[in-house]
Design a protein around this ligand. Structure first.
Ligand SMILES: [Zn+2]
Length: 383
């Protein structure tokens, strides 16, 4: 059975009707220009992906999340969700704020102002990312933001889609919950990814699937780092994998619009919470989940789950898979006793190099149908 939504209720926020009166009313409100990342977060809040949050965090919640990794009502929550505003922004009780899209000036949402406060960006960095090093992409981002934030619940949102190209593959928690029920799935494994699938990914998924009814493959689309696979490449690669290598009706493939924070263990918990809201009972957590560089221990994202016995979704922990000559197949440290010289590890960097030089990766590395899709794309990587 799908778990209850996180915090007990699936948040659904009404859409703004596009009448001339409404447009006028919105233009008379206080305004805050928001980044695409905030716009994506609003989309996720409005669909219940970030339940129980229905807006931007209060000071109380913020402090609790930093210090105890929980909201002030004790619900597990590990990364703050803040609305940054200019330092000179002023609002009072009862004010409504129209959030305006940076890209085209269109209204995205209306927030009822509750309070404003200032954050210490260094404290944020230290507690959320475990480092104050500006070379960390999440730290660099928070340092670039205003330290003044506003809390308030979102009253209404404009009509999405965020990205028409992927609309067909963007399911909401309401939709996935119905879908899982229709399929009769009870145990549903979530798989978070930001890569085109190599054999190691497939083995994690299939090992989990062997004990479940279905797998929810939920690639993250959105802003990427240089050298990452582009969104189109990830989705096409997964379509090729699923149609050729998975039994019918064992997979739901849907994308998540979301910007990676690279917060390692804390982010692994958020990944689990979002998938719980989609109705998954389990989530696969691999090596260095949501990590970057060498900021987190390879299995720190496994350890942190011990602190959340009340999370409401079960994590399945995976060691890294590799190809072993002696085992004559895919194995990992838990089942293979052979030395590293017998092993072929799946390296994203190695794969990227092969693709960039037009080389086809060996089939022990990546399914030929998957490589084919990527090789056919002229520009599969973010430049
Ligand atoms: Zn072996």
């Amino acid at each position: 059975m799908a778990p209850a939504p996180h915090g007990g209720r699936l948040v659904q926020i009404a859409q703004i009707e596009a009448s001339p009166e409404k447009t006028k009313e919105l233009s008379e409100n206080l305004k805050v220009v928001i980044s695409n990342e905030t716009r994506v977060a609003i989309f996720n809040i409005s669909n219940g992906i970030l339940s129980p949050l229905s807006g931007f965090m209060s000071f109380n919640d913020y402090e609790n999340v930093l210090d105890s990794m929980r909201l002030s009502d004790d619900t597990p929550w590990t990364i703050p969700l803040l609305l940054h505003v200019p330092e000179d922004f002023k609002a009072g009780t009862g004010d409504e704020i129209t959030l305006v899209n940076q890209a085209d000036g269109s209204p995205t949402a209306v927030v009822s102002f509750e309070e404003s406060f200032s954050i210490s960006k260094r404290e944020y960095a230290k507690k959320v990312f475990g480092t104050e090093d500006e070379a960390h992409p999440g730290v660099a981002k928070i340092y670039s933001m205003s330290s003044k934030v506003v809390s308030g619940s979102i009253r209404a949102v404009s009509k999405f889609p965020l990205n028409a190209t992927f609309e067909r593959f963007t399911l909401t928690p309401k939709e996935t919950r119905i879908l899982f029920q229709e399929k009769g799935w009870k145990d549903i494994i979530a798989f978070q990814t930001r890569n085109a699938p190599h054999i190691g990914h497939e083995y994690v998924q299939k090992t989990a699937l062997a004990f479940a009814d279905g797998i929810f493959i939920n690639p993250v689309l959105g802003k990427k780092k240089q050298g990452d696979f582009k969104d189109e490449a990830i989705l096409s690669a997964y379509q090729a994998l699923v149609s050729n290598y998975y039994p019918k009706n064992s997979v739901v493939l849907s994308v998540l619009h979301y910007e990676m924070q690279y917060a390692g263990p804390r982010e692994a918990i958020m990944h689990a919470i979002m998938r719980k809201n989609f109705g998954c009972t389990h989530i696969a957590i691999g090596r260095d989940h949501a990590g970057v560089g060498n900021y987190y221990g390879p299995y720190a994202a496994h350890e942190i789950f011990k602190e959340f016995p009340d999370l409401g979704i079960t994590a399945l922990f995976f060691r890294e898979f590799f190809y072993c000559n002696k085992c004559m197949g895919i194995a990992n440290e838990k089942i293979c006793p052979h030395p590293e010289s017998e092993r072929l590890t799946f390296s994203g960097t190695k794969l990227r190099k092969m693709f960039l030089s037009g080389e086809r990766p060996p089939k022990e590395f990546m399914r030929p149908e998957v490589s084919e899709v990527i090789l056919k794309m002229k520009d599969a990587f973010v430049e």
